[in-house]
Ligand binder design. Sequence first.
Ligand SMILES: Cc1ncc(COP(=O)(O)O)c(C=O)c1O
Length: 424
Amino acid sequence: MRNESIFIESKKYIPGGVNSPVRAFKDVDILPPIIKKAKGAIVTDEEDKDYIDFVGAWGPMILGHNDDDVVKAIKETSENAIAFGAPTNLELELAKLICTTVPNVDMIRMVNSGTEATMSAVKLARGYTGKDKIIKFAGCYHGHYDGFLVEAGSGVLTENIPGSPGVPQDSIKNTLIAQFNDIESVKELFENYKDEIAGIIIEPIAGNMGVIPASQEFINSLRQLCDKEEALLIFDEVMTGFRVDYKGAQNIYNIKPDLISFAKIMGGGLPCGAFGGRREIMEYLSPVGPVYQAGTMSGNPIVMAAGLATVSKLNDNPGYYEHLEELASMLEDGVKEITKEKNIPVVINRRGPMMTIFFNDLPEVTTFKDVKKSDTKRYSRFFAHMIKGGIYISPSQFEALFINITHTKDHIERFLELVSTFEG
Ligand SMILES: Cc1ncc(COP(=O)(O)O)c(C=O)c1O
């Protein structure tokens, strides 16, 4: 009852009892467990029930919860440095590590969230090109910035909000919506808004309408179109960065975006984000250039220390990605086999350790339209079954699940065991 009583009390003081909507489990009509601690792949609620966690704080915890090196870095740094609002060596170290090991990032600016990262990258693209319009794709989520709350994914999709009240029409008049994996819809916008489009922002492997990878051909065409139309290509790698590959989705597609946004993993679980890219574009930012962007907490030393501990561990251990791939493919294959035997129509989309099990009877799910045909009621039943059995997955059909390096074959087997007792 403690979970329930805390949640009920929270609702008196925090809207919906949560500080970010999807945490409320509204879509699945179940009360969320109140989490009090976590270690490795296990999160524990206030009633001391353990769950094998496949949410990973919505992405950051690729090393598992409370990784010893990350905790040590946070503890040691906080002895001497909490916040200075001044340059530090720690921010240099993290910036240098990312710039020297991730392609196409000559320079990087730290911020405090993924929303800030994408919002700032878009502002920079507008300032640099002198154009106002931005193309985003239906179903992609880039944070809660007004200009992105049009046909967005993640909680906006889950809650069925077609945008959001409070977003003035004026704030979205420069946001153009194209269809994911449909190059004609992008070409049409460039034809209709000749010389007005500053750039395209895309989750190259979308995770916020469930996992939908862009096709190679689509990404190649976006690059060509941007070059032709003198627009910038912005990869939102908030979810995919350091996950699908240490070097991100851009490495998988072998493409050069002009700007890239990061968050989640790069902050080691603390509030963090960053955007980076070509030097000549990044030097358009103040104080070097005219585009103003700032933050009291940006580059906070404790956050930088946690990020550095996480990113350097990933950089030093390429074998982690093999482990992630091995377990994720074991999970994918297992779920496919079991659901086939049980005659439950399922499409699984996966890139590395991020995947979505779509309860969907289409042969494949490659567009936002396909995603919306998923059986969300069946997903809710699946979720209820899994959480009861101690597997913590996203309370929404339209999110990804994540494998982290502390997951083991036993954890995957437990997941599959529960899938095999799911009645559909
Ligand atoms: C691809 C992507 N971009 C941006 C964001 C926004 O990040 P934040 O929640 O840190 O503001 C998210 C959050 O889930 C995301 O997945």
